[in-house]
Every structure is written in structure tokens, then in C-alpha cells.
Design a binder for this molecule. Structure first.
Ligand SMILES: CC(C)(COP(=O)(O)OP(=O)(O)OC[C@H]1O[C@@H](n2cnc3c(N)ncnc32)[C@H](O)[C@@H]1OP(=O)(O)O)[C@@H](O)C(=O)NCCC(=O)NCCS
Length: 305
């Protein structure tokens, strides 16, 4: 068996392996979308080839995360799939080991994923590395805006402002991802998900992404200031008494909603592994000492899953 980077000629076989491994189109679509990212690196999209057939695939995507107040070069693994006829023969292990080796050689300090807790720890992953910040907020406590904010889809000229909102909102949130400066990170490929830029006096003051069918369960929420945060939440709630925001207690806007003292549970399935020795030591020591676990807001390519 050979583990090697994929080429464009492998794409149909990679789609077939992921379809067979996962039993649905979600992961083949995810791979196709992740290949469109600026950060896509074919060296980290690995195939396992046996007798001329692609029997496994793993896609590591490079990114930058915040960790303990610093920018850390990292990668996330999504997805990894082995043809069911070839599982339990070491294919997954070979893909993991080669992916880690290449990602480390390219300077990644950490790899993280959501996955089976009985599989990944053997490769050095710690369970409970991060969760999701999903906080309920009572809308009655919020100040209604004098006039509603204009809400419109993001446009190319908004991108640097939106990236700056994200960096500022999540500057102290562990495992928050720096979005890319392309519309791909601000528009959803899922037509059931709306992305909106909120505008006050002609200038963007926030961004939110939410499912059309569940406007009060927001996927991504970034606000420039307290007034914008309150106005956006009231607008998203419409007449609902409560709204669920992805608001980590260490987010800049958390105090606006009284959430700065809140905590959240890390998911067992939220796992991370150090690719450079010691890269996660301070973080896990801080978690043991009571630091609130980090949270990942996945890019819109993950919305359809
Ligand atoms: C998970 C997966 C990639 C592992 O690949 P693989 O080639 O079968 O794995 P390996 O042969 O290297 O390792 C086999 C070991 O993994 C374990 N394993 C396989 N699938 C597992 C799963 N879903 N959960 C937990 N352990 C699993 C086996 O029990 C075996 O353990 P053992 O060595 O203690 O007996 C593969 O089973 C797969 O494609 N599954 C379906 C898709 C999927 O779930 N992907 C991962 C999403 S998080």
C-alpha cells in the first residue's frame, strides 16, 4: 500500500471512497468544497493506493487557531475514510501517521478534529479539547435599537472588515479559527443557511449566519460593539423570547449578554493532538486549572453536514 498526495485524477475515486465509508454525500461534498479553499494543500490530501485502487483518503486542512492568546499554525482533519472492504487493515493508521508527519514538517503545531473517541487517542489525541459555545440569551433584557440595522449578504468589499471583527471577537477564545479573506468563508454553500452583514450608517457593524428554519439558533455571530451586538440579537430573535448565540465566555461580546462568567463543556469528540512536542501542554494545564475550554466555529463549508 502506498500513501501519497492526491492528484486531480484521483478526485472521482476519492469521492467514491468517502461515499462508501460514510454512506452519504455529505463527506464527498465536504472534500470538494474544502479543495476550493485558499489553504487547500494537495500534499495534505492523502490517498491510500492498493493494487492501483484508491482505498482510503484523509484531508488535513491548514489553518491558524488562537491558543492561549497566540496565533498557532494548525491543521484540522476532516474527513478520513477507508473503503469498508479495506477497513481494519491499517489503512487509516497509515493515513493518520503520514498526515501528521507532513503537517508537522510544514510547520503545524497542532491537529484537531471531531471524531470517534475510541480511535484517535492512539495517535496522540486528547479528548475534550474543545466544544461549542451555545448560550441562551433572554431577549427581553436587551436594549432594542432605535432603528433596525440594515441586513444584507456579505460582499467582496466587506471581507477585511469581517476578518477584523472575527479576530477581535475571538482574540481570547481558544481554538477559534482565523477565517480566510474570501467570500467562501462568509457565504454558506447550504441554501438553507443565510449569511448577513449588519450595517449602521453605511458601515458594517456585524455579521451573523443562521439557518432559515431556526433563526434563533445562530451559527456565527460577530459584532463590532455592544450596541450592534444587542441590535443584532433583537433582530434575529424577531419576537422570540430567547435566542441561542455561539458566544464563548471569552468572546469580546460576552459581557453584553452577561456571559463572561459562563462555562461550557468540552466535547469528548473534540480532540486535539500536538504535532510539535509540548504544543498543547500549557492549554491542557490551564483547562485542569479551570480555564473554560475553547470552541470551534467551523467555516461555512461545514454547514451542510
Ligand atoms: C475510522 C476509519 C477511518 C479507520 O480506518 P481503518 O483503516 O479501519 O483503521 P485501522 O485499520 O488503521 O485501525 C483499526 C482499528 O481502528 C478501530 N476502528 C475502526 N473504526 C472505528 C470506529 N469507527 N470507531 C472506533 N474505532 C474504530 C478498529 O477497531 C481497530 O482497532 P484495533 O486495532 O484495536 O482492533 C475507518 O473505519 C472508516 O472509514 N470508518 C467510516 C468513516 C468514519 O467513521 N470516519 C471517521 C470519522 S471521525
Amino acid at each position: 500500500m502506498e500513501i501519497r498526495p492526491e492528484t486531480i485524477h484521483d478526485h472521482p475515486a476519492v469521492a467514491r471512497v468517502n461515499l462508501r465509508a460514510f454512506g452519504g454525500m455529505g463527506e464527498p461534498m465536504l472534500v470538494a468544497l474544502l479543495r476550493q479553499r485558499q489553504s487547500y494543500d494537495p500534499d495534505l490530501s492523502l490517498v491510500a493506493e492498493q493494487d492501483g485502487n484508491i482505498v482510503g483518503h484523509a484531508l488535513f486542512t491548514r489553518c491558524t487557531i488562537r491558543l492561549m492568546g497566540e496565533d498557532v499554525p494548525a491543521a484540522y482533519l476532516a474527513p478520513i475514510g477507508v473503503d469498508p472492504a479495506c477497513q481494519r487493515q491499517g489503512v487509516g493508521t497509515a493515513l493518520m501517521q503520514e498526515g501528521h508527519r507532513i503537517a508537522a514538517a510544514k510547520g503545524c503545531h497542532v491537529c484537531f478534529l471531531l471524531g470517534h473517541t475510541s480511535y484517535y487517542p492512539r495517535f496522540g489525541y486528547h479528548t475534550g479539547a474543545f466544544g461549542a459555545a451555545e448560550m441562551n440569551v433572554a431577549v427581553s433584557a436587551l436594549a432594542a435599537p432605535e432603528a433596525p440595522l440594515e441586513a444584507r449578504p456579505p460582499e467582496e468589499h466587506d471581507l477585511s472588515t469581517l476578518c477584523a471583527f472575527c479576530r477581535s471577537e475571538h482574540a481570547d477564545v481558544d481554538f477559534s479559527l482565523h477565517p480566510e479573506n474570501t467570500l467562501f468563508d462568509w457565504l454558506s454553500p447550504d441554501p438553507r443557511v443565510y449569511a448577513r452583514v449588519y450595517v449602521r450608517d453605511g458601515a458594517p457593524v456585524g455579521y451573523a449566519r443562521y439557518r432559515r428554519s431556526a433563526k434563533t439558533r445562530v451559527i456565527c455571530f460577530l459584532a463590532a460593539d455592544a450596541a450592534a451586538a444587542q441590535a443584532m440579537a433583537v433582530q434575529l430573535a424577531e419576537h422570540a423570547p430567547e435566542i441561542t448565540l455561539p458566544m464563548h465566555p471569552r468572546s469580546k461580546s460576552a459581557p453584553v449578554f452577561g456571559l463572561q462568567g459562563a462555562t461550557l463543556d468540552a466535547w469528548d469528540a473534540g480532540m486535539a493532538c500536538a504535532l510539535q512536542p509540548g504544543a498543547l501542554d500549557a492549554y491542557f494545564a490551564a483547562l485542569s486549572a479551570g480555564r473554560v475550554p475553547g470552541a470551534v466555529v467551523w467555516p461555512p463549508v461545514f454547514d451542510p453536514l
